[in-house]
Design a protein around this ligand. Sequence first.
Ligand code: CTP
Ligand code: MG
Length: 176
Amino acid sequence: MNEIILAIIQALWFIFPAYIANPAPVIIGGKTPIDFNKKFRDKKPILGKGKTWRGTFFGILVGTAAAYLQIIIQTSYDLSALNLTEMTLTLGFLLASGAIIGDIVKSFFKRRINIKRGNELPFLDQLDFLIGAFIFASFVTKIPLETIIILLILTPVVHRLANILAFKLKLKKVPW
Ligand code: CTP
Ligand code: MG
């Protein structure tokens, strides 16, 4: 197999729980905001209404469930030729929670620089969850540099396409 294609498959396999966790709250987000509508010292929302308890909880749950699916796949089939990262529930949970928390931390900074909930912050809106997932996953595994590079390039493209799709399906009000 072409080396680049193999490296892309390895990268997507690794990040899969984060890719599932990140968009899940769009579909299953709730009402109660994490910040309970409280304001920060600057009188602006701490996180804003776009970060809810329900979205956070289910995002982490669904992402971890995606890792469970990968565990079933890797124990059912011989994928040794692909040299994939061994998925575990711990790694899946860290990738999912890192993704969700990365997105929440980004919202905190968006509010501080006066970007209203739902308004776009280019690059960080696309990479927040990836950076969070990398940081959390690095507690238990060494992420290959080529995986990091591939995902930094690929994720904004995948993210953009997914959001345009969600917009067209009327799941999101804005295409970002
Ligand atoms: N969502 C949620 N809980 C989260 C993250 C997201 O409930 N932890 C839901 C919200 O309904 C949110 C939607 O998913 O509006 C889209 O998420 P995102 O684009 O991250 O939030 P925004 O509304 O754009 O807010 P922000 O400007 O703070 O990123
Ligand atoms: Mg948004």
